[in-house]
Design a protein around this ligand. Structure first.
Ligand code: OGA
Ligand code: MN
Length: 296
């Protein structure tokens, strides 16, 4: 069974024909979605209404699910299921968080181009984000999510550059991505809980053999190089890789489910009216091995 898709951005994003993601799905439907993701690493499903449990169950068909950094924190949480990430500006009582709220400030790291959890020794594969409540338009943006194609960005590099990048290993550190936006106030113990991880810069997608750049706001420096040289290289590569021609901007509608492959895309949230609720729920599948064990 193939999945019917219509292209939203060449080779990067497509909208899938409607299917009910809340219902139990046959294995061949899951296989068809996986195959479509090998071609289009950003897939949009419209008009879904999933409970958190249904989102968890659907996502779980693609692999074991991550429990994210914020769900691991002690204390009350807005959402009951730890495998469902709270991508919202709401507190435990569903109130919009104040501008100086620490969790809000921490989550603003999502506005930088990144791939999820690249600071973990074994990072993640698919992100599945479901839009529940969306803010109205604002002068600074409408809360879109942008995705950039790291396979196309890799392909567009000169051959000599590709060769020079081939074996580089990057240190990824969640505290570096937050430091870039001036946020340093982490709960006690969190720095020890999430030490930096080394990741290959050039990875190969297992299903297609295509090479991809594994960049992220968490990417701090090149291991074995002076920090400044590595940081400058990563800034240059990220600027190259996020040019308009590599980017699909997703304008959310309530009920959307967007699935993306974190191995070969970067994404970032765009600004929105901070006085208005924006509530998305995310499930994320785990990879099986470190990028250091995956050949470029
Ligand atoms: C995420 C993320 C951006 C957004 O859910 O991983 O980075 O637009 N989201 O909310
Ligand atoms: Mn993210």
């Amino acid at each position: 069974m193939g999945l019917r898709t219509s292209e939203l951005h060449p080779g990067l994003a497509a909208e899938a024909a409607w299917m009910d993601l809340s219902a139990p799905m046959p294995d061949d439907a899951i296989a068809a979605i996986s195959a479509a993701l090998d071609q289009y690493p950003v897939l949009v499903f419209r008009n879904q209404r999933l409970t958190d449990m249904q989102l968890r169950d659907f996502a779980g068909r693609f692999g074991p699910l991550e429990i994210g950094r914020s769900a691991l924190r002690p204390g009350r949480r807005r959402l009951a299921i730890p495998q469902i990430g709270d991508i919202s500006n709401l507190d435990e009582d569903n109130r919009v968080r104040a501008l100086d709220d620490r969790r809000r400030l921490d989550s603003l790291g999502n506005r930088l181009w990144h791939t999820d959890a690249s600071y973990m020794p074994i990072p993640v594969v698919l992100g599945l984000l479901h839009a529940v409540t969306l803010p109205p338009p604002s002068p600074f943006g409408n809360g879109e999510t942008e995705f950039a194609d790291m396979r196309a960005a890799y392909d567009a590099l000169p051959d000599v550059t590709k060769a020079a990048l081939e074996d580089l290993v990057i240190e990824h550190d969640v505290f570096w991505s937050r430091a870039q936006i001036g946020f340093t106030e982490f709960p006690p113990g969190e720095r020890e809980q999430f030490p930096p991880s080394p990741q290959r810069l050039v990875r190969r997608m297992p299903a297609t053999g295509r090479k991809t750049l594994y960049l992220s706001a968490h990417a701090s420096h090149v291991i074995g190089w002076p920090k400044a040289d590595g940081r400058l290289l990563l800034w240059d590569l990220t600027a190259h890789a996020t040019q308009q021609r590599f980017v699909y901007s997703h304008t959310w509608r309530v009920g959307d489910v967007v699935i993306w492959d974190n191995r070969c895309t970067l994404h970032r949230g765009r600004p929105h009216d901070e006085q208005q609720p924006r509530d998305l729920r995310r499930a994320t599948t785990l990879d099986t091995a470190s990028t250091l064990e995956q050949a470029a």
